[in-house]
Design a protein around this ligand. Sequence first.
Ligand SMILES: [Zn+2]
Length: 279
Amino acid sequence: MTRDQLEAAIVAELEERPKPPAELRDRLSFAAAVADRLRLATKEAAGEVAGPVFYDLRREQDYRYPGGKPKARIRGGQVVRRSPRDVDGIVLHQTAVEYGLTQRQVDAAGGDKRLALARRGLDVACHAIAFRSGVYAATHPLEVHVNHGNGLNPRSLGLEVDGRYAGLEDDPATAAREDLKTTWGGSPTALSELTVETARAALRWLVEAGRAAGMPISKIWAHRQSSATRRSDPGEALWRAVVLDYAVPVLGLVTEPELVVGDGRAIPRAWDPAGRAGY
Ligand SMILES: [Zn+2]
């Protein structure tokens, strides 16, 4: 997109918006969208790789992992679809592994590495996934009951962020000290600016697409809050960068630090001053 096309697109979007925007939330959200586009245009003008790239793979989803285990709730042989009005929040996750590509996966995507990576997200139980390389993908229809967040599944959309992040930034062992049934372990991934930018883009997409589908999305939770074996999910750094510095001030979502579902834990004070003491 050239700078002129970009400016025309922004003006068109300005004209389409109801005016004046009544809520501060709307203005912040719109300002952030304009800033996103300007940054993208600046990068493109400089011949640099553009920002996050989106793949909508919802039609490619087959709802089962390679071994046959379902990624979504199945009832009577059918994938369970929720009523949009029951879905009011997002659960943020870290994948706890770093996703890479085999030559076979690249070949299957016709040599397109970004598409090949996006397709790896089809085997992750979530509605959207953000990869470290700047690719993000929608992997399940939003109304499908995906098995990503335990007791929060009926009312949430799941967002996964690629990488293995420490639960506590000053204690890297929290990336390797979790329940053995999970994939946790190894040294932590450094959280890059591109990963944060991609995760934010994926979150924005989920919120906007969910609301467009009639979902009253207003909240954001950590997987930690609904699972004893996911204490460090998504971890301090992602929680701050994606939730406290973006979802709350820009998208207008609210956190519920005290909320605990099933055997989960509250948000710790190390992640959020409004959280609870201890880890
Ligand atoms: Zn998780």
